[in-house]
Write a protein that binds this ligand. Structure first.
Ligand code: GLY
Length: 587
């Protein structure tokens, strides 16, 4: 019904263009690169790094991590082994985004179709209180973003070890030692040097961070060799002794001692009490596909499902053919509706009641019912899902990586230390960049975090609670339960909206995953009420959105995504986002 009326509207007057004559954007017209077997391949600077093969595939944000995964595959490892090894390598070569001082969510599909969701999200210490970031009743966002109070108990090693033990094949130590070796030997910093330069002011407040990243107070260049011998030793010891060394041994001791001396609250007991939790994956339907996302404390799974549920009501393929701007408009409309729900309802489901009705198709129909083709409609607040009182979920930072193999193992994993270099602290003697994930809690109602996100009671701080995350590792399956694509991204709340657009482009618009990831994106997170667009978005689409009432603001780049697609002929296509210098590899 709604679908028909929308299509009727699209066949009426279209703002700024004539139906049927809309110029197809250049990225959509571009043919697929002719040759991309087995190695990273870029025809144009704006192309994703893409590679296809029939045995295995990987896409990460760093070439060394992707190459490590490939080595592990060649040594007989499965996609889980490859993902764990790549993840550890990212700790070394991409430590501003993620690492063993941070956390992650991983979705793993086994060859028998079973999907496991592993929650390695950071956790608040036992001494955390809802008002720990207030002074005289005033919020102090700086404290939740930088320094000792910002740090949550890291979950990365616990999650990786759980993945490796339960689902991997190669010995744990073999997966960590390549990363230890690169930490020891060093690597050319490349774009990491720019991130250090951009954060030099805050990093230099912490002597260990300054010593390692800004030696002698000098800002590094792309050609600087970064050696991290302490991190190498930490990784070697964890490789030999397992997660115990981190959570109940010298590392917990060193981090807790250092944080407490600096005014922090984490204790060795907080580390000893940490466990990576198994969650029940969130599965919803979209156009005959099963979309498997991560449940709370991720907000991503629920919101991708919400937005897709609203979009079910529209025939995006037809709309795109007639007027691409309308698809962007629809994306922005569903984004603000889902994000308004996020701010009110979502938090760690172990601590707060997150209604299952948020993904109820009837509820999503209601949320979408006032969407109009010709103009944006302000969203005043959250919706009221069915059975909100009784049915609950039960149980340019950050980075996403994905691996798969011909046996049927698939990994979609997003990991983070939160903002660049997390708390900006490196615990002396460990080489570990400590996260600032406490900033993902709502430090006070209505107070924005580093991503401009506001929250409510559901995401307030409590001892042992995990902060709400936007990380959205996603696996899409067909009606026969076979994988069609994986996707996920880095970039705070833009992760969620980026994942949505990648799925729609593949499923609705029939684009290959590398083009889907490379295409210009939009983002709306309800508050602030503005439509962010990437600056290379077609001018005609931009003015069409403005004429529909969107408060448009152009920005350089929205999130960094990685993905995989099953091409149907036994070929896997891996893609790494051109917005960062990631690498896709396959054989
Ligand atoms: N730290 C960003 C997120 O988890 O959403």
């Amino acid at each position: 019904m709604l679908r028909r009326s929308f299509l009727q509207q699209t066949t009426a007057a279209v703002v700024g263009t004539t139906l049927g004559s809309f110029a197809t954007p250049s990225w959509a017209k571009r043919p697929l690169p002719a040759e991309r077997h087995g190695r990273a391949h870029r025809l144009f600077p704006s192309d994703a790094s893409a590679a296809s093969g029939s045995k295995f595939a990987v896409a990460t944000v760093h070439e060394l991590a992707s190459r490590t995964a490939l080595d592990i595959f060649r040594a007989g490892g499965n996609a889980v082994d490859a993902a764990v090894a790549a993840s550890c390598m990212l700790s070394v070569v991409d430590g501003h985004n993620s690492g063993i001082g941070g956390g992650c969510f991983a979705l793993v599909r086994a060859p028998d179709g079973q999907i496991t969701a592993i929650d390695g999200r950071e956790q608040a210490g036992a001494a955390a209180t809802p008002d720990m970031f207030l002074r005289d009743g005033q919020p102090q966002p700086k404290w939740s973003q930088t320094g000792p109070l910002a740090v949550g108990v890291p979950g990365q090693i616990a999650a990786l070890q759980r993945m490796s033990k339960q689902l991997g094949r190669l010995p744990w130590r073999d997966l960590l030692l390549p990363a230890a070796e690169v930490a020891d030997r060093g690597f050319l910093m490349g774009r990491l040097a720019k991130v250090v330069a951009a954060n030099a002011g805050e990093l230099s407040q912490f002597p260990e961070s300054q010593r390692i990243l800004l030696p002698g107070g000098k800002v590094p260049t792309a050609k600087t060799l970064l050696r991290q011998p302490e991190l190498a030793e930490t990784l070697r010891q964890i490789a030999e002794q397992g997660g115990e060394y981190f959570y109940r041994g010298p590392i917990a001791q060193q981090i807790a001692t250092h944080l407490q001396a600096a005014g922090g609250i984490l204790t060795t007991d907080d580390f000893a009490g940490y466990e990576a939790k198994l969650r029940t994956p969130l599965t919803t339907q979209y156009r005959g596909h099963r979309v498997v996302g991560f449940p709370p404390p991720s907000s991503g799974g629920i919101h991708v499902a919400q937005m897709l549920g609203m979009l079910e009501l529209f025939d995006l393929r037809q709309v795109f053919q007639r007027d691409p701007a309308s698809v962007y408009h629809l994306w922005l409309e569903v984004m603000q509706r889902a994000m308004a729900d996020r701010a009110h309802w979502l938090g760690d489901a172990d601590y707060t009641q997150v209604p299952r009705g948020l993904v109820d198709p009837g509820y999503l129909f209601q949320l979408a019912a006032d969407i109009q083709y010709g103009q944006t409609r302000p969203v005043n607040g959250h919706g009221l899902p069915p059975e909100a009182e009784s049915q609950f979920f039960g149980d340019k930072h950050t980075t996403h990586l994905t691996t798969a193999d011909h046996e049927g193992w698939v990994v979609a994993m997003t990991q983070t230390v939160n903002t660049s270099f997390g708390s900006k602290m490196i615990a002396p003697g460990t080489g570990i960049v400590l996260n600032n994930e406490m900033d993902d809690f709502s430090i006070a109602p209505g107070v924005a975090n580093a991503f401009g996100l506001i929250g409510a009671q559901a995401n307030a701080i409590a001892p042992g609670k995990r902060p709400l995350s936007s990380m959205s590792p996603t696996i899409v399956l067909n009606a026969d339960n076979q994988p069609v694509l994986t996707c996920g991204a880095a970039g705070g709340p833009r992760i969620i909206t980026t994942t949505l657009q990648a799925i729609c482009r593949v499923v609705d618009l029939g684009q290959p995953i590398d083009q889907a990831i490379a295409a210009p994106r939009v983002h709306q997170q309800w508050r602030p009420a503005e439509a962010l667009i990437e600056s290379n978005l077609d001018e005609t689409i931009k003015s069409s959105l403005e004429q529909r009432g969107h408060q448009v603001r152009a920005t350089g780049s929205l999130a960094v995504a990685q993905g995989l697609q099953w091409l149907g002929d036994g070929q896997l296509l891996a893609a790494a986002d051109p917005r960062a210098s990631g690498t896709a590899l396959a054989e």
